[in-house]
Design a protein around this ligand. Structure first.
Ligand code: FES
Ligand SMILES: [Fe+2]
Length: 334
C-alpha cells in the first residue's frame, strides 16, 4: 500500500471519508485504512478515536491489541495509551517516564458512519439523503480495484448490456439522451430513456422508469436516481472509500418509497438481483486492477465515456468540464 503522500488521486486527499459504521465500533480496536494509511479506531472514554495504527515502541499495529481501563494497549509489550493518544503506562515500571504520543486524526459521526479527514480541505462530510417518505436498507462492500475505476463502474451505463446481459439489458437497441452539468466539486448526468430497459430486473421490478440521474460529489459520493414522471422510484447512495491505491470500500444505501408491502420484504426480494449485479461488476473490476498493476493507469477515453472525464479531473484536483449532450445507443453486440 502506498501512503497518503503518494496517493494517485490528489483531489480527495483533503476530504472527509467514511471509515466504519459507528455501531461496529464497540469494545475492541478496529483496523481501517485510508489512502494506504493504516489507522486504528477505538472507543475510549465513551468517544470514538482515530490514531495511526502503529505503536511508537516497535511499530506493532495497535489494532491487534485491546482496550483496558479506557486505554488502548499494545499487544507486544503492553504500552497503554489514553483517549488523547498519550502514553500512560509502560509495564515493568510503576511510573511511566517515557513520553510518546500517538498521531491522532479528527473524527466525526454523521448518518451512522465515522468520518475522518487526513489533511485540511473540505469543511464537513457529505451525508446520505433526506427522503422522509422513503425506507432504506444499508450495506458495506469491498472492491478489489482503484478508486477511479470503482466509481466510474457504478455511474457508467455502457457496460450494462455486456456485464449484466439479460439482467439489466437484453438484445435490441436501447437509446438514451444524455445531458450533463457540473457544479462545485461534482457533476450530474441525466439519461432520458427512449426505450425501457428490457432485462429481467426491469421486467420484475421496473414500473416504467423514464429517467436515470447519476450525480457525483467529491470525494466519493454517488447518487443514482431512477425516476418515473419526475418521481424517484429508487435512489441508491454510495460512498466510495479509497482504502488504498488498489482497494476501494463502498457504503451503500438503497431508498424506496414507503408502500403497503413491508420494506424488509421488498429489499429481501431485490437483494439476490443486486448481489448478482455486484458480483458481475466486481469480477470485471478485479481484472482491471490486475491490468493496472502490470501496465499502470493508462486509459483511452471515448466520446461515450461521459462520466470518466469529469470524474478523472475532479479526482486529480482539476475542475470538471461538462461533456456535450449525446444520444447513447446502449446495445449488446450479441
Ligand atoms: S511494540 Fe508496542 S509496546 Fe512494544
Ligand atoms: Fe455494473
Amino acid at each position: 500500500m502506498k501512503p497518503v503522500a503518494d496517493f494517485p488521486y490528489s483531489g480527495v486527499a483533503g476530504c472527509w471519508h467514511p471509515l466504519l459504521a459507528s455501531r461496529d465500533l464497540t469494545t475492541k480496536p478496529v483496523a481501517v485504512s485510508l489512502m494506504g494509511m493504516p489507522l486504528v479506531l477505538a472507543r475510549l472514554d465513551g468517544q470514538p478515536r482515530l490514531f495511526s495504527d502503529r505503536c511508537p515502541h516497535r511499530l506493532i499495529p495497535l489494532s491487534q491489541g485491546f482496550i483496558a481501563s479506557d486505554q488502548l494497549v499494545c499487544p507486544y509489550h503492553g504500552w497503554a495509551f489514553d483517549a488523547a493518544g498519550q502514553l500512560q503506562h509502560t509495564p515493568g515500571t510503576a511510573r511511566c517516564r517515557t513520553h510518546a504520543k500517538l498521531e491522532a486524526y479528527p473524527l466525526v459521526e454523521r448518518d451512522g458512519l465515522l468520518w475522518t479527514r487526513l489533511q485540511d480541505g473540505q469543511d464537513s462530510p457529505l451525508g446520505y439523503s433526506d427522503l422522509p417518505d422513503y425506507v432504506y436498507a444499508s450495506a458495506y462492500r469491498r472492491l478489489p480495484c482503484n478508486f477511479f475505476q470503482s466509481i466510474e463502474n457504478f455511474l457508467d451505463p455502457c457496460h450494462t448490456p455486456y456485464v449484466h446481459k439479460g439482467l439489466l439489458r437484453n438484445r435490441g437497441a436501447q437509446q438514451m439522451a444524455t445531458s450533463q452539468s457540473v457544479h462545485d466539486g461534482g457533476f450530474r448526468t441525466e439519461f432520458t430513456l427512449t426505450q425501457q430497459q428490457n432485462g429481467w430486473i426491469n421486467r420484475l421490478f421496473d414500473p416504467g422508469v423514464d429517467v436515470n440521474v447519476g450525480r457525483f460529489d467529491l470525494p466519493g459520493r454517488v447518487e443514482l436516481d431512477y425516476l418515473k414522471q419526475g418521481k424517484i422510484l429508487l435512489r441508491v447512495v454510495l460512498f466510495f472509500v479509497p482504502r488504498s491505491d488498489r482497494e476501494t470500500g463502498m457504503f451503500a444505501r438503497l431508498y424506496a418509497p414507503k408502500s403497503w408491502l413491508p420494506a424488509s420484504l421488498r429489499f429481501a426480494l431485490f437483494k439476490p438481483f443486486a448481489e448478482t449485479l455486484f458480483r458481475q461488476d466486481r469480477a470485471m473490476l478485479m481484472q482491471q486492477q490486475q491490468a493496472v498493476d502490470t501496465f499502470g493507469e493508462h486509459y483511452r477515453f471515448a466520446e461515450t465515456d461521459i462520466v470518466a472525464r469529469p470524474l478523472w479531473a475532479l479526482l486529480h484536483g482539476q475542475p470538471a468540464k461538462a461533456g456535450a449532450d449525446i444520444t447513447l445507443d446502449v446495445e449488446a453486440g450479441q
